[in-house]
Design a protein around this ligand. Structure first.
Ligand code: ZN
Length: 221
């Protein structure tokens, strides 16, 4: 797998490295990192940095360390001066649609899923849901547009098969799109192949048109 065009932003990767993401987002990041050389290399740098910072502190420092010492800006300044690490082999490079972290949750590949129809050929499979968010697989038929929507919270979309496009660009296998309350978009699956995505959200979507809004209570998006 070569580098992807859209990989996780640094703050999201650091959240993943420090284990502070909700489970739904954690699964998306674990799967993304297994597909993206770029994200994996940066993650390894963050993890090495975290270990080096801890190694250089004694127990008194740890007790006394103010929260500000771990501020994002300061940590980033250290990272920029840290040597780049060589990426290790992709852990998701196996045959099939689902990389290992996702396959472990599903208990198989694409053909193991009992998809639930959302109408218009769109299907979903909910993998995990708790107070921190919901992770679902979404299948969008080739050439089909999703309803225009904005977001009440965070949404991370990782492409596993096919591709989609919106104002943010074209997203193919391994690419991650991060959207928040500032983003309104309409993902459209490219023609030729159905698009399967792993999507995590921590709040309901805001649909602009009536039909998706009416269906929302039934489909739980
Ligand atoms: Zn969205």
């Amino acid at each position: 797998m070569t580098d992807t065009h859209h990989s996780a932003p640094d703050d999201v990767l650091m959240g993943y490295a420090t284990g502070t993401l909700a489970k739904a987002f954690d699964l998306v990041l674990a799967t993304h990192v297994s597909l993206s050389d770029d994200a994996r290399a940066r993650l390894e740098t963050f993890e090495a940095l975290g270990g080096a910072v801890l190694d250089n502190m004694d127990a008194d420092d740890l007790d006394a360390a103010p929260v500000e010492e771990a501020s994002f800006e300061q940590t980033m300044a250290k990272i920029i001066s840290a040597p780049a690490s060589e990426p290790t082999a992709p852990t998701g490079a196996i045959a099939g649609t689902f990389p290992t972290p996702l396959r472990n949750v599903v208990g198989g590949d694409e053909d193991a899923l009992q998809w639930r129809s959302l109408g218009g050929g769109v299907k979903q499979y909910v993998l995990h849901s708790d107070d921190g968010g919901t992770a679902r697989l979404l299948l969008i038929p080739a050439g089909r547009a999703m309803p225009v929507h904005s977001h009440n919270g965070a949404e991370m979309t990782l492409v596993l098969k096919g591709s989609f496009r919106d104002d943010g660009g074209v997203f193919a296998r391994g690419d991650l799109e991060v959207a928040d309350t500032q983003v309104t978009h309409q993902p459209i699956a490219d023609p030729g192949e159905d698009c399967i995505c792993l999507v995590a959200t921590d709040a309901k979507l805001k649909f602009q048109s009536l039909l998706p809004r009416l269906a929302q209570p039934f489909i739980g998006i």
